[in-house]
Design a protein around this ligand. Structure first.
Ligand SMILES: [Ca+2]
Ligand SMILES: [Ca+2]
Length: 87
């Protein structure tokens, strides 16, 4: 999926092959099939919640949600966390 920075207009393609995105890209994951912008850690920078409904975890197609934290330097440039849950 492609994300456009509203301040700079910079376009970034996100998938699970990037170091700031946990896990590995598989065609059947459907990474980014749902997204939400929210300030999860309440630091004033928008964060991106990315749904991957068919990610294999302990069970096939369990699904997960990844959070990419926004920072003044850009999306995914700060610490990262991988909260996983069924989607
Ligand atoms: Ca994956
Ligand atoms: Ca934030």
């Amino acid at each position: 999926m492609t994300v456009v920075d509203g301040r700079t207009g910079t376009q970034t393609t996100l998938d699970q092959s990037l170091p700031e995105v946990p896990d590995t890209a598989e065609a059947s994951d459907r990474f980014g099939s749902s997204i939400a912008v929210v300030d999860v850690n309440r630091d004033g920078c928008a964060d991106l919640a990315i749904g991957t409904p068919y990610e294999d975890l302990t069970a096939p197609d369990a699904g997960q949600v990844d959070i990419l934290y926004g920072t003044p330097a850009g999306l995914g440039k700060g610490r990262r966390r991988r909260p996983s849950s069924r989607v």
